[in-house]
Design a protein around this ligand. Structure first.
Ligand SMILES: Nc1ncnc2c1ncn2[C@@H]1O[C@H](COP(=O)(O)OP(=O)(O)OP(=O)(O)O)[C@@H](O)[C@H]1O
Ligand SMILES: [Mg+2]
Length: 486
């Protein structure tokens, strides 16, 4: 059997070949089920025919016996019947009509009137399997003689021969039928099932060799049914995959571009920083007021470029959490996001003096700048002199969580931005927008273990930030003890 396993491993048996084999076996099994009752009925009718012929002969003997039958005739008659003895039983009288010497005594008794289907099956297999030179006594009605019973004694050999010929014919016929059926099943399954499966397999292989090539997308064969449905599903999946691949490629290109820009921008910022350092030496009070802010902004920009380059991708590094004076941070945010110097926008900074957050100051700063800048852009975009343009940033502490809210009275989030909320590059619904701001803000807040959510209580747009403190290690000291009621 080892060689068979090795062979099938090297040449896996195809689906169609296995189906061919299975069909052959199934048809043979059903043929056997048909064969069992049919061989029984064949034996029964053969016995009935023997008895009928014997009945005609017995009739002749009974009639002529009365006139005196020449004894020489009887053995010839029995030879014609292929029997050893013939007797009738009428009105409790048994008459032996003819008899020759038997080679063996009677070994089996068969009664045609007792042949229920089960008995017939058993007797047929008895003849077939154990039959040979036994002698049978067959009893049945003597209808030709107008009533009574007829007995015929004969050798089993002839009957068994008939059954064997019948069985051989049935076997040949079943083989022919099962081969024919199996071929039909094989070809129809091949056409309906195996070929389409092979076609799908080839199409998938072709596609996987070059998934970007639109010419390699599967061509559905049309029609109805499971195969056609599968093809349609594969088609949809391949299209989606190609879209995703295209998008990924664009993102990869963009990533490279960002890395290059970032790299050179850092160098430019560094030289700007050198120049602004020298500004601090100028005694002019205006310069003295703005120079530190300029230097701080440049520092922050360089730090960010540096961290992106160091990380090698546009993913945020883990936050470096410290205690942050939230009010001062928010004021800086307002300055950088362009709220200051815009009299048309009413800026409400509702952050208590002394409120402290446990966060990475640069990251939190960037998250807030993105949210506040979006609000400013939305407020600027809404025209009309009588409009209220208010931007409120409030913050409170409740327990170990800082809750912040950035609310504006602008036109509200457009549907595109709403559907693609926090998804990079997808939610930009205004000209010049890249659709990164909200995604960056959400990522930063999440990295702090907090959440950024859109509050649907229009008009305008409201975002809520929840920023939990670092978890306190059990038995350790809390990061800070300053707590304010929320
Ligand atoms: N406060 C807001 N009011 C109205 N629309 C807003 C507001 N905030 C965001 N949006 C909408 O959501 C979109 C996505 O904002 P997001 O900050 O992610 O990207 P962007 O502002 O378009 O580009 P950038 O990456 O430069 O920030 C914006 O294009 C804008 O249409
Ligand atoms: Mg934005």
């Amino acid at each position: 059997m080892k060689w068979l396993r090795r062979l099938t491993r090297r040449h896996p048996v195809g689906l169609s070949t296995r189906l061919l084999g299975l069909t052959l076996v199934f048809v043979m099994v059903s043929e056997v089920l048909i064969y069992v009752p049919s061989i029984a009925s064949f034996q029964q009718s053969s016995l009935a025919e023997r008895l009928h012929t014997a009945g005609v002969a017995a009739m002749a003997l009974v009639m002529t016996d009365e006139a005196g039958v020449p004894d020489a005739l009887k053995p010839a008659l029995l030879a014609e019947l292929d029997a050893f003895a013939l007797a009738v039983k009428q009105e409790e009288m048994r008459r032996l009509l003819a008899m020759v010497e038997m080679p063996t005594p009677v070994a089996r008794d068969l009664d045609l009137d007792m042949m229920t289907p089960m008995v017939a099956i058993r007797e047929a297999f008895d003849t077939l399997l154990f039959g040979g030179e036994r002698t049978i006594r067959l009893t049945g009605p003597f209808s030709e003689g107008g009533g009574g019973r007829l007995e015929l004694v004969f050798s089993e050999a002839g009957l068994r021969g008939e059954l064997l010929v019948y069985s051989r014919n049935i076997l040949i016929l079943s083989l022919a039928i099962s081969a024919f059926t199996a071929l039909l099943v094989y070809y129809s399954l091949r056409r309906m099932f195996v070929r389409p499966m092979q076609r799908i397999g080839q199409a998938l292989e072709r596609f996987s060799e070059a998934p970007e090539d639109p010419a390699r997308i599967i061509q559905p064969s049309g029609g109805a049914g499971e195969i056609a449905e599968t093809e349609e599903r594969i088609l949809a999946m391949q299209r989606q995959l190609q879209d995703t691949l295209k998008q990924q490629r664009r993102l990869a290109d963009l990533g490279l571009a960002v890395a290059k820009i970032n790299h050179d921008l850092r160098n430019l910022l560094a030289s700007a920083q050198l120049v602004s350092d020298r500004l601090t030496h100028i005694a002019d009070p205006t310069v003295q007021r703005f120079a530190p802010k300029l230097i701080a902004a440049l520092d922050r920009a360089i730090g960010y470029c540096q961290s992106v380059l160091a990380y090698g991708k546009a993913q945020e590094p883990a936050p470096q959490r410290r205690l942050v004076a939230l009010r001062r941070l928010v004021e800086e945010v307002a300055a950088v996001a362009g709220v200051e110097g815009r009299p048309e926008i009413e800026w409400v900074c509702d952050v208590p003096e002394g409120l402290e957050a446990d966060a990475d100051p640069d990251q939190l700063f960037r998250a807030l700048v993105n949210l506040v800048r979006n609000a400013v852009e939305a407020l600027e975009g809404s025209d009309g002199r009588v409009l209220v343009r208010r931007l409120t940033l409030s913050a409170r502490r409740s327990g170990a969580v800082i809750a912040m809210r950035i609310a504006d009275t602008g036109p509200g989030l457009p549907p595109l931005a709403r559907e693609n909320l926090f998804r990079p590059f997808q939610g930009a619904a205004k000209r010049g927008g890249t659709g990164l701001g909200l995604a960056i803000a959400a990522e930063i807040v999440r990295a702090h273990g907090g959440s950024l959510t859109l509050v649907d209580d229009g008009p305008g747009t409201t975002f809520d930030i929840e920023l939990p403190d670092r978890p306190i290690p059990i038995g350790g000291h809390p990061p800070h003890r300053h707590r304010e009621a929320g």
